[in-house]
Design a protein around this ligand. Structure first.
Ligand code: NAP
Length: 489
């Protein structure tokens, strides 16, 4: 790696330039974009603001590096990923602080995300050496079928701000393991974690051009330039369903391989036989992790009528005691929302829900005047016609609905275009299996409010997208299958 101080700066140990072809450099225009601390609204850093020409430079570098990276020994790629895992964990505290400063979540949660993010590099370092093909006799007995798997090629990754490190490693881990070169475009609100990650991967020995990072305030223009170029072979997107659909249409021009990790509207069902000592903490975790700013966040809490009173009371009591503060404050449990737009959205959803008849049991308003803090909120009695039932809340608001029987619970849970994750709480083995079959989602959390795990396939159905990240499946998103018909007679 070269670092020319005149071309690119380093702030607090984090490069602020674009990573292109193994070098950190300024945007061609010289423009920079500002990064804000959402707890104060203050600017904490400026990073290079790439335009479409910079993006093409990144694609050029990724294309140049593709053949030699694909030809490396799987063990070579595995060792780099493993080394990057170790380096991330060695810097867990520093990376967590950086994450909290740009994204706002409490430092304890940031530390958790750093470990989760690093785990994708460890997991895929182990998968890199297990890329397999098959060899078998065809049914007519006349030929042999030989399959092998090769990297799809230069891959473009677009990530959101809510998990600034993990959304990148979840894509980069399998792509690098498979032998693909990468162009990463992090969200403009949280570029610093990705830039720090780039530095770590270079230190871990990643060859020049294998990873390129483009930070930009022009996501549309930069992306259009890349996906219009036939050298790009893959687009992996995590973000809103609306942007995902638009990108799918554009990606049809060059028939890109696609992975789409999109929005969610997760139901969390508390069945009549649930243990509230599991269901209440599980619901709090599923709702309040990341301040509710997660695609997996419990968006609709459905409680059997017999438990609704006790459950709602306990949930409201616990949420009212949560400490809302800047993420760096000791004991902070809920940080600020990401920005003013997020605050306006959450406020608007609450106003609509109360106008429709919902009753706020705790919270229900912004906290303070600076930063974008919102009180942990429980609202009950909202009709399904309200916006909050259909839209992602992306904030610390827990709407509670009641149901009479299991069929009604499934019908309400599936009454959404989304299908990322569902959560269920029950002590019945039979119900667990019925629910797994009945719920239209890519993942189901059973008696726990967390499904994220590098060793498991994360992903959705319906308008939550397609493709899987993590698990044994994750690497296939970056591999093409080649089949040879062998006539050995
Ligand atoms: P978003 O607006 O769709 O942005 C996500 C990414 O797309 C950002 O990097 C953004 O860049 C970029 N982008 C925006 N417009 C674009 C365009 N026209 N062309 C190319 N890229 C574009 O979503 P968000 O509000 O940041 O993130 C929250 C959403 O992500 C929620 O819907 C959430 O459910 C979803 N999410 C899903 C998963 C999952 O695994 N399923 C995980 C996390 C989040 P800028 O930052 O410059 O706008």
């Amino acid at each position: 790696m070269t670092m020319n101080a005149q071309e690119s700066r380093v702030v607090g140990g984090v490069p602020t330039g674009l990573l292109i072809g193994g070098e950190w450099r300024r945007a061609r225009s010289g423009n920079e974009l500002k990064v804000e601390d959402p707890a104060t609204g203050e600017v904490i850093a400026s990073v290079a603001d790439a335009g479409p020409d910079d993006a093409l430079d990144a694609l050029e570098a990724a294309t140049r590096a593709q053949a030699s990276w694909a030809a490396t020994a799987p063990r070579f790629r595995a060792e780099i990923l493993r080394s990057a895992y170790e380096k991330i964990m060695a810097q867990q505290e520093e990376l967590a602080l950086l994450m909290t400063l740009e994204m706002g979540k409490p430092v304890a949660e940031s530390k958790g995300e750093v470990a989760y993010a690093a785990e994708f590099f460890r997991w895929f370092s182990e998968e890199a050496v297990r890329i397999k093909g098959e060899y078998y006799r065809s049914p007519d007995g006349l030929t042999k079928v030989l399959t092998s798997r090769s990297p799809v090629g230069p891959s473009y990754m677009i990530t959101p701000w809510n998990f600034p490190l993990a959304m990148g490693t979840r894509k980069m881990g399998p792509a690098l393991a498979a032998g693909c070169t990468v162009i990463l475009k992090p969200a403009e609100q949280t570029p610093l974690c990705s830039l720090a990650l780039g530095s770590i991967l270079i230190d871990a020995g990643l060859p020049a051009g294998v990873l390129n990072i483009v930070t930009t305030s022009q996501p549309g223009e930069v992306t259009d330039r890349l996906i219009d170029d036939a050298r790009l072979r893959k687009l992996s997107f995590t973000g809103s369903t609306e942007v995902g659909k638009m990108l799918m249409r554009k990606a049809s021009t060059n028939l890109l391989r696609l992975s789409m990790e999109l929005g969610g509207n997760a139901p969390l069902i508390v069945f009549s036989d649930a243990d509230l000592d599991k269901a209440v903490p599980g619901a709090i975790f599923a709702k309040m992790r990341n301040g509710g700013e997660a695609c997996t966040s419990a968006n609709r809490i459905l409680v059997h009528k017999d438990l609704a009173g006790a459950f709602t009371e306990r949930l409201s009591d616990e949420l009212s005691k949560m400490k809302v503060a800047r993420g760096t404050v000791t004991g902070a449990q809920v940080g600020p929302l990401i920005d003013q737009d997020a605050l306006i959205k959450v406020t608007g959803l609450l106003e609509d829900a109360t106008a429709a008849g919902g009753k706020v049991l705790t919270g229900g308003s912004r906290i303070g005047e600076s930063g974008y803090f919102y009180a942990p909120t429980v609202i009950a009695g909202v009709p399904r016609s309200a916006r909050i039932f259909r839209e992602e809340i992306f904030g610390p608001v827990a709407p509670v609905y009641t149901f009479d029987d299991d069929d009604e619970a499934y019908s309400v849970a599936n009454d959404t275009n989304y299908g990322l994750v569902s959560y269920i709480f029950t002590e019945s083995f039979k119900r667990v299996h019925q629910a797994i079959d009945a719920l239209q989602s890519g993942m189901v959390g059973v008696n726990q409010g967390l499904v994220s795990n590098a060793a498991a396939p994360f992903g959705g159905v319906k308008h939550s997208g397609f493709g899987r990240e993590g698990g044994f499946e994750g690497i296939n998103e970056y591999l093409d299958v080649k089949y040879a018909a062998l006539n050995l007679s």
